[in-house]
Design a protein around this ligand. Structure first.
Ligand code: SAM
Length: 363
């Protein structure tokens, strides 16, 4: 019991719940002294814990005494519990049973519901303060509070680079988009792809085509200080994560080409059908309503993407150049500004939001 005498121990109970195991990993990383507890005769999570004890079920008369004894035996100073009933019981009784012991987590109900509440707040704020666009189009009907909250919540579950402001702007442009394909250059784990796919579906725009080589070789973009290029990250794993994230939304409405954007252009021009083992078959319109450019950010690549793909965007369609404001270099900005300069007569509107440049082509 040496360690327990010296350190303030944290009790995790019931120890086998997924949130308990997440908390265990964090506590061990932080060098905390941890003990797991369970009421099961055999709990498979036991071997993950550096120390262990058995506690009777909280519904039994023995529970209070066993807990008080454990607190004394193992020098327990804090308790973590993700179980709603145990948390509620300890929240009410711990002060009287063991006033020196703290319940470290807030209500598990609040923890689980907080992202949904945040999504509703986001939705409410978008409804109350819509992004006003001087595009001249009559926008399609606004989404309901639940639809926007759902878009935002599901997007939150996918890691990646698509800020709240960018989601707001994507929503507004989708309401003012013609029909056609939605093409994304650079999808990585699929965050912006999900947002585009969902909006394309809700507003009947068309199918999403994601273009990305998902190869480490293509991640090199020559950023100014080499900070981006030196991040150790697996493109193969990103590809797997992309498929896991997007599969539930596919249903013939999205697909991908695993190749660099310039090669993909030849494919797109020749083949309106894309077939992959994961997503099945998707039939495309062969003209683009929304083009989202978020591939390699070196000037040469960003410029090649804009030059080669923008011709396929139909009148009234949108071009989005992501990371137009980018702390690691100015490739997308230079390429975007050049496009605007050469094509100002074809552009009805342009604005920057969520670090991306949004351009609407004239009719
Ligand atoms: C910034 S990430 C994309 C982030 C993504 N849009 C999101 O929402 O999280 C850039 C992506 O561009 C891809 N990429 C790099 N070179 C490319 C190329 N030549 N053509 C298409 N994609 C490319 C990379 O593999 C990477 O997945």
């Amino acid at each position: 019991m040496g360690d327990f005498a010296e350190k303030n121990t944290i009790l995790i109970f019931p120890a086998g719940m997924p949130r308990s195991l997440e908390y265990l990993d964090r506590a061990l990383r932080e060098g905390r002294n941890v003990i797991g507890a369970s009421s099961l005769a055999h709990d498979p999570s036991r071997e993950r814990y550096p120390a262990w004890l058995h506690l009777p079920y909280i519904t039994t008369l023995q529970f209070n005494d066993a807990l008080i004894q454990a607190i004394a035996d193992f020098n327990i100073g804090e308790i973590y519990t993700p179980n709603l009933v145990v948390w509620n019981y300890l929240n009410l009784r711990l002060k009287e049973l063991a006033p020196e012991v703290a319940l470290v987590n807030s209500s598990p109900i609040d923890t689980e519901l907080s992202p949904y509440r945040k999504a509703q707040q986001f939705s409410q704020s978008l409804i109350e303060q819509p992004v006003l666009l001087a595009s001249g189009d009559v926008p399609k009907a606004a989404m309901s509070l639940i639809e926007i909250a759902s878009l935002f919540r599901h997007a939150e579950l996918i890691p990646g680079m698509c800020s709240h402001d960018k989601i707001k702007a994507l929503y507004e442009i989708s309401r003012r988009s013609p029909t056609g394909d939605v093409v994304e250059i650079g999808s990585w784990w699929g965050k912006s792809a999900f947002v585009l796919a969902r909006l394309a579906c809700c507003y009947g725009i068309g199918k999403l085509l994601c273009i990305d080589p998902w190869s480490n070789e293509h991640l090199i973009q020559g950023d100014e200080n080499g900070l981006v290029d030196s991040v150790p990250i697996s493109a193969d794993e990103a590809f797997t994560v992309f498929k896991i994230n997007l599969l539930p939304y596919a249903n013939g409405k999205l697909n991908y080409l695993r190749m660099p954007s310039v090669t993909a252009l030849e494919h797109y021009l020749k083949h309106p059908i894309v077939q992959t083992a994961t997503f099945g078959e998707t039939v495309y319109a062969s003209h683009i309503a929304i083009l989202h450019i978020d591939g390699n950010h070196s000037y040469s690549n960003a410029s090649a993407d804009i030059t080669s793909w923008s011709n396929l965007v139909i009148p009234g369609g949108w071009i989005i150049i992501d990371d137009y404001i980018w702390p690691y270099g100015d490739g997308p900005k230079k390429a975007g500004d050049e496009f605007l300069e050469k094509n100002y007569h074809k552009c009805a509107l342009s604005f920057v939001m969520g670090d991306a440049l949004f351009i609407k082509l004239s009719y």
